[in-house]
Design a protein around this ligand. Structure first.
Ligand SMILES: Cc1ncsc1CCOP(=O)(O)O
Ligand SMILES: C=C1C=NC(C)=NC1=N
Ligand SMILES: [Mg+2]
Length: 210
């Protein structure tokens, strides 16, 4: 994965929006997002066949627009869909296990916020790390306290070279400081999924960063 894809990294599941997810994704793509992650998690999340059907619907939209389609957590789903990538947390399968199960082309992203986690991700060959929460967020029900963009600056200062995306409470007013702290991109859910006009929200974010 080239790190330019990580610049405007939209994440969404059906329970993050009151609009049809496929409509929100199409608008976000028109607005200029560079990567999409399907994250069907938390209260009200779809399961089983319904979850797979939505995943396929969103994947086909991404394919049509040549936007990488990443699946959060669900390795089996990612493999069965031939997704472009998978994103896992510290309590999910290890990168080593994923590399054994997944095609070598599969992008592997991992959540990491401490230097130990980031160095481990580098050692195991992750393609990028997601670090946060940057700011206060209510989207992730068990989010920890914000570490701020300085959390990314500290990883860079300690020599982490991997591509990094910041996540958590990011919007058009604070995205720049995440990049200035050393991130290659910003990832976000509600800034677009809860916007009245997702296309405008995406294009405003893009304008701030380019
Ligand atoms: C998945 C995740 N991980 C850390 S914060 C977060 C939620 C991000 O959602 P939002 O962009 O709406 O704050
Ligand atoms: C928790 C997460 C952190 N970072 C990214 C990019 N995705 C996630 N689901
Ligand atoms: Mg997880």
């Amino acid at each position: 994965m080239n790190k330019e894809n990580l610049l405007l990294y939209f994440i969404m599941g059906s329970n993050n929006t009151s609009q049809p997810p496929s409509q929100v994704l199409k608008k976000a793509i028109n607005g200029g997002i560079t990567c999409f992650q399907f994250r069907e998690k938390g209260s009200g999340a779809l399961k089983g066949k319904e979850k797979e059907t939505l995943a396929r619907e969103l994947q086909s939209i991404c394919c049509k627009h040549k936007i990488p389609f990443i699946v959060n957590d669900d390795t089996e789903l990612a493999i069965s869909l031939h997704a472009d990538g998978i994103h896992v947390g510290q309590d999910d399968e290890s990168i080593q296990e994923l590399k054994k199960k997944c095609p070598s082309s599969m992008i592997i992203g991992v959540s990491a916020k401490t230097i130990e986690e980031a160095e481990e991700a580098e050692r195991q060959g992750a393609d990028y790390i997601g670090t946060g929460p940057m700011f206060m967020t209510t989207t992730k029900e068990d989010a920890e306290l914000p570490i701020g963009p300085e959390g990314i600056w500290a990883l860079r200062k300690q020599g982490i070279q991997l591509p990094i995306v910041g996540i958590g409470g990011i919007n058009e007013t604070n995205a720049v400081e995440v990049i200035e702290a050393g991130a290659d991109g910003v990832s976000f859910i509600s800034a677009i999924s809860q916007a009245d006009d997702p296309e405008k929200a995406a294009s405003t974010l893009k304008d701030r960063l380019t």
